[in-house]
Structures are given as C-alpha cells and as structure tokens.
Design a protein. Structure first.
Length: 196
C-alpha cells in the first residue's frame, strides 16, 4: 500500500507540473534561437528568399500540404519570403550550402519523428535539410505538428520550455504556432527598417 501511494503522489505531482507548464505557455518568453553570432541571433538573410524542395519518396500521400503550410506560417511570422522550387530528384546528391533547402523522408533514428539542420555561414543561414520520418508520421495531425516544429528549427528556433517548439508539449500544442513561437520567429525575422 505504501509503494502504491508513493507512486500515485509522484504521478500526481508530475501531472500538476506538466499542467502548469501548458497553462503558462503563452506567458513564457519567446522561443530561444538555436545559435548566436557576436551576441546576435543567427538568421536567414531577411531580404532574401528561402528556396525549398521536397523529395516525396516515403512521404504519405497528400501530406506535402503540411510542409507548405509550415513554411507559409514561419514566413508570415518572420517576414522572410520563401519559394517552393518543386520536387527534388530522389537520390540526387544535395549540397546544403548551394541547393534549396531539402525536405525529405526517411528513418530519423532514435525514435525521433523529425530532424532539421540549417546550414550556417558566419551569421547567416544559407541552406539546410529537414528529414521527416514517413513511417512514424502516418497520422495527419502528428505529421503537421512535426512539420511545423522542424520548419521552426530551420528558421532558427531552439527548444523553449513551452510552445510548439517544445519537445514536451509538441504533441498537444495548438497549431500553427503559439505566442512564444511567434515571438521567437520575429526575433530571427526581418526587423524594422530592413529591406527597404
């Protein structure tokens, strides 16, 4: 009886902590950026265009709309334009710094459903890759959440304590992005007076 009571108390405490984290999400500061350079966030050229392509091999049919929606939302929040350059030829060698961002499907490993890595040169991102696990992401809602999460990483966000970018609450987060995510995206986006 004592062991069961102790387990129940631990479970209840964990549930309360998670509930507080979820409820406090909109009040938390902006999602942190993934890298800094000379004290400023590393970001894409705010006056440029982020080009991307999708290699659909292994992607559940019709799910490319989630990737496009994620780029649309991140672009709207940052003010940085994006352009879809069509299907990427499956099996072609990808150059992170010279080709459009590649969104592809495969085994991420370690039980992960997605991975994003922007390519950095100095204080700018210049390209990169997003890998989504088409086997683990057969559920449309889950695929959409992970697509938004990984595009957030591509645009320069790290993992905060809450919001869609959090690994803890990503499974239940509202879409497309929460307040903290949007604040973080604005931090790495186009600032007032740029790109006139």
């Amino acid at each position: 009886m004592g062991r069961t009571s102790k387990t129940f108390r631990r479970t209840a405490l964990l549930a309360v902590v998670l509930l507080v984290a979820l409820l406090a999400g909109p009040c938390l500061p902006a999602a942190p950026v993934r890298a800094s350079y000379a004290g400023r966030p590393v970001r894409w050229n705010p006056c440029g265009v982020i080009h991307y392509q999708i290699d659909p091999a292994g992607m559940p049919i019709g799910f490319s709309a989630d990737v496009h929606a994620a780029f649309d939302a991140a672009s709207a929040a940052t003010g940085i334009r994006h352009q879809y350059d069509g299907v990427y030829p499956h099996g072609r060698q990808h150059s992170d710094a010279n080709d459009p961002v590649l969104v592809s499907y495969g085994n991420v490993g370690h039980g992960s459903t997605g991975y994003a890595e922007p390519t950095r040169v100095g204080r700018r991102y210049v390209g990169g890759t997003i890998l989504l696990d088409g086997t683990l992401l057969r559920d449309r809602t889950r695929h959409r959440r992970v697509a938004f999460h990984e595009v957030g990483h591509l645009f320069g966000l790290a993992h905060p304590a809450s919001a869609l970018m959090s690994t803890m609450v990503m499974g239940t987060a509202a879409l497309p992005y929460r307040d903290a995510d949007l604040a973080g995206l604005r931090t790495v986006g186009r600032q007032a007076g740029e790109c006139r």
